[in-house]
Design a protein around this ligand. Structure first.
Ligand SMILES: Nc1nc2c(ncn2[C@@H]2O[C@H](COP(=O)(O)OP(=O)(O)OP(=O)(O)O)[C@@H](O)[C@H]2O)c(=O)[nH]1
Ligand SMILES: [Zn+2]
Length: 338
């Protein structure tokens, strides 16, 4: 899998989508009239209040009216004015949201029919998957992968509870995709994971019970997801919350996403998924228009090449799997995600 695609190439299109969906005015129209503004990073969002880190100080801010209905999400780089002391009961104002280089969306659900952006400007998606208790959920991993490729994030598979299960089957399943992975148990050395997270902005996703909190607490001892006093947003037990929270880690950020069930994939064109498989993408121009590249798709050049032995069967089945995950054909897997 090419790990370089995504970011730049889709940026304009995504940017447009951000604006259209948020219903906000194009950001370029927000003229920089606040010359005294300081840049901050949004680390948590809770009921219209934005926790921003401004010059190392955690500041609570509201959204300036001039920003309209456009969303501000965790990971956004913003300009903040007003009281930046960070003292209790002070409230600053976010006056500008910088252009985003990536956005991750969650799907609409029963409680919220709108597909919303949950994290901006991340560059890595750590997909946490237990090897047992709960059983690994490859379909969930597949959906996360498609979301990562679409958002231009590099995926990283974190296989937890290695004391309870054999990583072999999952590793074999994802090896054809060239997906980097780490295997973690209660006693394993987290150095490799730390190195992969250092200096980057990584979004953590995983079903309930796979060991995400355990992982975060191990990497950042004593956080209990309440670092910087953000526990009003992340307090345990509030699993209905879909707010993400950014925690500082080794010169980068770890963004935990409680309550995120799945990612919005409906807007992703099959070609974007195929583009992640360069040797297969070369062949699809010979497919009939609108080909689904399924084993039973008439005249599919991919499956013809597979039959002729010129493509790797595991790569093709991975692609077919990812294509079907986009089409929501994962109903038989229980929605065990928190
Ligand atoms: N055997 C074993 N148990 C683990 C391991 N990591 C975590 N657990 C246990 O698995 C359970 C769930 O772990 P959590 O860290 O709370 O999982 P989570 O993904 O944060 O779950 P939610 O908070 O529901 O989203 C806890 O009882 C942990 O002690 C591991 O490596 N091995
Ligand atoms: Zn085809």
């Amino acid at each position: 899998m090419s790990r370089t695609r995504g970011g730049g190439r889709h940026m304009d299109e995504r940017d447009v989508r951000v604006r259209a969906r948020g219903g906000s005015k194009p950001r370029t129209r927000n003229r920089p009239k606040h010359s005294d503004a300081e840049e901050g990073l949004v680390t948590a969002v809770d009921r219209g209040r934005y926790r921003c880190l401004v010059a190392g100080v955690p500041v609570v801010a509201m959204k300036a009216r001039e920003l309209g209905r456009g969303s501000i999400v965790v990971g956004d780089r913003v300009d903040v004015v007003g009281d930046l002391s960070g003292k209790p009961d002070t409230l600053a104002r976010v006056v500008r949201v910088k252009d985003r280089h990536s956005v991750l969306r969650r799907t609409a659900d029963d409680t919220d029919p709108v597909e919303r952006i949950i994290v901006a400007n991340a560059d890595q998606l750590a997909i946490v998957c237990a090897l047992a208790d709960p059983e690994p959920q490859p379909r969930f991993v597949d959906r996360c992968l498609v979301a990562a490729y679409d958002a231009g994030l590099e995926p990283l598979l974190c296989l937890t509870k290695a004391d309870l299960g054999d990583p072999g089957p999952m590793v074999r399943l994802y090896e054809p995709l060239g997906l980097p992975y780490v295997v973690l148990g209660p006693d394993s050395d987290p150095t490799e994971l730390s190195e992969r997270l250092a200096g980057r902005t990584t979004v953590l996703v995983g079903s309930s019970g796979v060991g995400k909190s355990t992982l975060v607490n191990r990497l950042i001892p004593g956080t209990d997801r309440a670092v910087g006093g953000v526990n009003t947003v992340t307090g345990r037990g509030r699993h209905t919350s879909t707010s993400a929270v950014a925690l500082a880690f080794e010169g980068g950020w770890l963004i935990d996403t409680p309550g995120v069930r799945s990612f919005g994939l409906a807007h992703i064109a099959p070609e974007e998924i195929v583009a992640g498989f360069p040797e297969i993408a070369e062949l699809t121009p010979d497919c009939p228009e609108g080909c689904a590249h399924r084993p039973d798709s008439p005249g599919c050049a991919v499956h013809a090449a597979l039959a002729a032995g010129t493509l790797d069967a595991d790569r093709v089945s991975s692609l077919v799997r990812l294509l079907s995950s986009r089409e929501g054909e994962d109903e038989e897997e229980p929605p065990a995600l928190s």
